[in-house]
Design a protein around this ligand. Sequence first.
Ligand SMILES: Cc1ncc(COP(=O)(O)O)c(C=O)c1O
Length: 371
Amino acid sequence: MQLSIIRPTLPSLSEITQLVGPSWDSGTVTVGPTVRALEEEVCQRTGAQYSVALSSCTSGLMMIPGALGLPPGKEVVVPSFTFAATAQALLWNGLIPVFCDSLPGTCTIDPEDIERNLSPDTAAICGVSIFGLPPDNDALIELGRRKGLPVYFDSAQGLGATYQGRPLGGFGACEIFSMSPTKVVTAVEGGLLTTNDRTLAERIRSMRDYGKDPVKGEEMHHLGLSARMSELHAAVGLLSLRRISELVKARKELISIYRDRLGRLPGCWVQTFPADRTTSGNYFVLFITDSAKQSRDEVYESLKAAGIQTKRYFYPPVHEQPLFQRFPMRVSVNLQHTTKISREGLALPLYSHTTLEEMNHVCSLVEQLLG
Ligand SMILES: Cc1ncc(COP(=O)(O)O)c(C=O)c1O
């Protein structure tokens, strides 16, 4: 049995053509009625007041600093245990990432380490959902309020997650979700910015279209991108979004099988799920410590040889990535948890439609290696 690490759960081509048909026939093939329907649906489902559909989460991350008015040369606090795009977007804006440590259980950014690393140059704080689990949103937002700093969220992996009973989408200055093929809800490619700030939403709406004035289209008002979402992508995204409860539920069930069977293997541990939040179930990561029967990298190689694709995730941590050595950055004095979890984490195959036979096959192989 060959298994890739991810496989998107996609609507059928006939459903897509049926939904996008009217736009296709009218010639409005980008930012038309299907994009607007997707934006409305995400507002309804997340409780956020405004939503802007984009070409990717990365394009959203690139535009957020400009939309928030963060001046180049200032610092933005991010976790180092994240996907590189969180911090790459800062480099595009001439901002300096300040890499903080993450908590050893949830693997989300450590609010106390953020506070220790604030400086007179700090311009914003960015929290990140890790494998689908939100960070401690309240602690971050409260810290931002106390220090007068905007807090925004890279919720790329978090669509479908909740924090204190509320769906992600309406927290902080804004949130940005990814709809790439690796995500629970996919538009093939895409991003969704959500916010309760009308001015910010309007700015991002203009910025996704080169920064155009919405009325006088010839005038450019913001430093923008070409980051619109096409009608075709929106149709896929809308059909996927309508299935979000079913997709998240399926993943949570699969994750609990993984946790039950693999989480207690000697020298292994799994992400902590605090009672105040739920995960979207984007990834299942098994952490394999030095005291396990084999190292994380040996398990990675053995599974690869057996036809099972896994991912060392997130690895290396962002502050160690070669790209970042060529740009100014600041690194917390103590990234001990980041270093450890990055060295131990191995993401295993997980799709909303993984079969029990596939789950059993992966679990049995891992048990043979580590049991
Ligand atoms: C935490 C995080 N941020 C940003 C991104 C980038 O998303 P996109 O591929 O939609 O640009 C990802 C994608 O995997 C991610 O996991």
